[in-house]
Write a protein that binds this ligand. Structure first.
Ligand code: DAH
Length: 339
């Protein structure tokens, strides 16, 4: 029997395995219930007493050796299997792709930044609004067409609750909680019930500005807007104001900037006009100040509002508005910003 054990010990010492499955076969052969070691244990009771000590020691030796050897083989095949042929730990790593800011965020930050430097602070309001803040307090007549279902999204069962169709509602939110001086810049998303196309979307983004204090004049408005245009589109940019109408401003104007491509000579972007319309503005209508709890005999103010998509389009010439909301990373990666 000693000889038999010795033979098994030699055998175990030279065991080899190529994969986990072969290791398992060896474990079964030597260490399982029906394996060699157990068979020897079963024969142990037939060993004459005087031999028991030595045989016992040899069986134990075989068992420990088999266990160690099989563990060793298992570790070896595991390393080989995880390493694979294509793992090269010395290779330089792939560059990590950093995300980029959304172009609308870049432009919004730029607009807010310019006005911050002029003393405007950030104000925000809810996208789900009531009629008062979006329309009534902004001096829209009860039968104004903008209130129409074709333009406004209503929250079903609550005819008074709507998705704001412009950020002018934030003007009301600010004025109702704060007395002048007020100087705020209000970026945000707005909603209109429009068919989606390359030129229109059911949601887009605006920035609203409001300045109310004693002796605020149209000249102040014009100067601030000129400064903004030159910061945004370059120092040679010119502006022009055309008379217009908004319920919440009197007088009202629309502002054009000299074409960002041709500088005013006329090209396909400005359709030969040399000018591009970028925002609406005016002196806050006294009725709006009064509706929001501000004494219009003491204070005057100006306001303006612009579309962020519109400004982004002039900067980047994005032909299809839908690109801004489709989240195609190939499109988004074309834009990088410093902040
Ligand atoms: N609320 C206007 C719109 O959505 C934009 C606007 C025009 C805002 C004139 C103003 C303003 O504050 O004075 O078309």
């Amino acid at each position: 029997m000693i000889e038999q054990i010795q033979k098994l010990i030699e055998e175990v010492r030279t065991l080899q395995a190529k994969n986990a499955e072969e290791v398992e076969q060896l474990r079964i052969k030597y260490l399982s219930k029906k394996g060699e070691v157990n068979a020897l244990m079963n024969d142990f009771r037939n060993v004459p007493n005087e031999m028991k000590r030595e045989v016992g020691m040899r069986i134990n030796e075989l068992k420990t050796l088999a266990q160690d050897k099989i563990n060793e083989l298992r570790d070896a095949v595991q390393v080989a299997e995880t390493a694979g042929d294509d793992l090269d730990l010395t290779r330089t790593p792939y560059p990590i792709r950093l995300g980029t800011r959304h172009p609308l965020t870049i432009v919004k930050n730029e607009i807010v930044d310019i006005f911050s430097r002029l003393g405007f602070t950030l104000a925000e309001g809810p996208e789900v609004e009531d009629d008062w803040h979006v329309y009534s307090s902004m001096n829209f007549a009860d039968d104004h067409p903008a209130r129409d279902m074709q333009d406004t999204f209503f929250v079903e069962a609550h005819p008074d609750i709507i998705l704001r169709s412009h950020t002018s509602s934030v003007q009301a939110r600010v004025m109702e909680r704060q007395q002048p001086p007020i100087r705020v810049i209000c970026p945000g998303r707005v909603y209109r019930n429009e068919a989606i196309s390359a030129r229109a979307h059911c949601f887009f983004h605006q920035v609203e500005g409001l300045y109310v204090d004693k002796n605020v004049s149209f000249a102040d408005l014009k100067q601030v807007l000129l400064l903004f245009a030159q910061e945004m589109f370059g120092p040679d940019t010119k502006i022009r104001l055309r008379p217009s109408y908004f319920p919440f401003t009197e007088p009202s104007a629309e502002m054009d900037v000299s074409c960002t491509i041709c500088g005013g000579k006329g090209c396909s972007l400005c359709k030969g006009a040399g000018w591009l319309e970028i925002l609406g503005c005016g002196m806050v209508d006294p009725a709006v100040l009064e509706a929001n709890g501000i004494d219009s005999t003491v204070y005057t103010g100006y306001a303006f509002g612009m579309g962020i998509e519109r400004i982004a389009n002039l900067k980047y010439q994005v032909k299809d508005l839908r690109m801004f909301s489709e989240n195609d990373v190939r499109f988004l990666q074309e834009f990088t910003s410093a902040n």
